[in-house]
Design a protein around this ligand. Structure first.
Ligand SMILES: Cc1cc2nc3c(=O)[nH]c(=O)nc-3n(C[C@H](O)[C@H](O)[C@H](O)COP(=O)(O)OP(=O)(O)OC[C@H]3O[C@@H](n4cnc5c(N)ncnc54)[C@H](O)[C@@H]3O)c2cc1C
Length: 477
């Protein structure tokens, strides 16, 4: 190793979390290096959020038009056009645009794979050889996550698709088996059903979207079945094989034959090959952090982690939130802005220097049909947390806003109230066009706004947001 590079701050991993942390960390005059061994932009831009949402959109648009009398639509999704649009949105898997942004904000991009060799020290391996990269003050790890392939006999050997192959698909399989009924499994089952594949969704548990209210998973299962997807719940996969006829998935009561198999059974933090032992942490485990995103169990306060690698967030929006906090903390603690240092030092729970919203106000949207969106507690998790729970359900079809959208509109919402404090601690919406309704609920949960005060936030007529009036009425207002 001949060369050594030194920066104030090193950010390891240039996904959404790393990019945002690097940007924020550089705002008080610190020199920042961003290290990436693949594409700048990470999973979200090329193999996750953006391509998957673009693949889902045409089917959703057609479904909405079909439900609106007077907008006759009898065509199916134009698969080639959808894939071409997906290619554009994924920038043809070329990161030049994002590299341009990194350079424009004065961050130094280093290409290669990095591993820790000790506190604040890494080795960067690239085509140019090995370089020592040293941080004067802080390292922020943002290496993301990797799909879990469960230990089912034969599964790894058949080279299953992960979400990466599904979202970058070029040739649509005639028959697809999806293992896993979480967000990715449900969204991808919808995409390939829209594309005309014969889809079987195999789910180990009793329902889809296990983290959401039960009625959400039930509505999505019903609608997937209506789309032609075979949804198998409580189904254990005992083995998988592949031969010239495709893959064969053995369940207790049947064999499913398909052309491809997509594993969507969760993800784990990517810490296998980071040399974490050299800084006193364990490879393969998430990097646990506190609300300032500093790694717990590491002396000196120099190590931070953000995004999927922490195991505390698994969405782009929450990872970016953590990244903003971590970047601001680093910029304040180690930068030249005395006022920022003072403010960070005195930071309370709701200051910009603490990621308080990771606890009980995390929003999640599933772009299934119907859409599912929730924030904060479900009824079950609120009860588990010992909250004095009152649940307020509402059938969205009763709203004038729903009537405008479609005479067949079907949707359900549910508020979880903390009776003792009179505030909202959770909300779930299920139905067409509800994704954009979530943020109002998030504001209410984060702001701990009493329902009595929300009564004065008057929703426009005729919109689905009028559900907030009905919630108020049901709660006795
Ligand atoms: C199919 C799918 C759809 C999704 N849809 C949504 C959605 O609609 N909305 C949403 O909010 N979330 C969604 N998510 C989740 C979201 O994609 C992730 O939460 C987010 O991308 C995580 O960002 P990150 O920066 O933590 O990790 P990543 O984006 O994975 O970035 C980590 C980066 O680190 C690099 N790296 C790793 N190790 C090293 C190393 N040692 N040296 C150098 N570089 C390294 C990697 O190459 C990578 O670029 C989806 C996920 C999937 C799988």
């Amino acid at each position: 190793m001949t060369q050594q590079l030194t920066f104030d701050v090193i950010v390891l991993g240039a996904g959404v979390a790393g990019e945002n942390a690097a940007d924020r960390a550089s705002r008080t005059g610190l020199s920042v290096a961003l290290i990436e061994h693949a594409l700048v932009g990470g999973a979200c831009s090329y193999w996750a959020c953006m391509p998957s949402k673009v693949l889902l959109r045409p089917g959703a648009a057609l479904a909405a038009a079909r439900e609106a009398p007077g907008a006759p639509v009898d065509s199916a999704v134009d698969v080639a056009a959808v894939l071409a649009r997906r290619d554009d949105v994924a920038a043809h898997w070329d990161d030049a645009g994002q590299v341009g942004w990194v350079e424009s904000v004065g961050i130094e991009l280093l290409r290669g794979h990095a591993r820790f060799t000790g506190p604040r020290e890494l080795t960067l391996s690239s085509d140019d050889g090995e370089t020592a990269v040293v941080a004067r003050h802080a390292v922020i790890v943002a290496t993301g996550s990797t799909p879990i392939v469960p230990p089912v006999p034969g599964l790894a050997e058949v080279k299953p698709w992960t979400s990466r192959e599904a979202t970058s698909v070029q040739h649509v399989p005639a028959r697809l088996v999806v293992l896993g009924g979480g967000v990715v499994g449900v969204e991808m089952a919808t995409v390939f059903a829209d594309f005309g594949s014969d889809v079987t969704l195999v789910v180990r548990g009793p329902r889809l979207l296990a983290g959401a209210e039960p009625f959400a998973g039930e509505a999505v299962a019903e609608s997937l079945r209506a789309l032609g997807v075979t949804v198998l719940l409580d189904a254990q996969t005992s083995s998988v094989t592949r031969d010239a006829d495709g893959v064969h998935v053995e369940l207790a009561d049947r064999t499913i034959d398909a052309d491809e198999l997509l594993v969507a059974t969760g993800r784990r933090p990517r810490t296998d090959d980071l040399g974490l032992e050299s800084v006193g942490l364990v490879s393969g485990k998430p990097i646990a952090v506190d609300d300032a995103l500093t790694a717990t169990g590491v002396d000196g306060g120099w190590l931070f982690a953000v995004g999927d690698v922490t195991g505390r967030t698994a969405t782009t929006h929450q990872g970016k939130y953590d990244a903003r906090v971590a970047g601001d903390v680093v910029a304040a603690r180690f930068g030249s802005d005395a006022a920022a240092r003072e403010a960070e030092d005195a930071a309370g729970p709701w200051s910009r220097y603490r990621a308080t919203a990771d606890e009980a106000s995390v929003p999640q949207v599933v772009f299934s049909r119907p859409e599912v969106a929730w924030v904060g507690h479900t009824e079950a998790s609120a009860k588990e947390a010992g909250i004095d729970v009152r649940v307020v359900p509402y059938d969205l079809a009763n709203l004038s806003g729903a009537t405008v959208l479609s005479p067949t509109y079907a949707g359900q919402a549910q508020l979880v109230l903390d009776e003792a404090r009179g505030v909202i601690v959770g909300a779930t919406f299920v139905g067409p066009d509800i994704a954009e309704m979530l943020h109002a609920a998030t504001v209410a949960v984060v702001g701990q706004v009493p329902l009595a005060r929300l009564w004065h936030a008057v929703p426009a007529y005729p919109t689905l947001s009028e559900v907030w009036l009905r919630f108020g009425e049901a709660a006795g207002l």
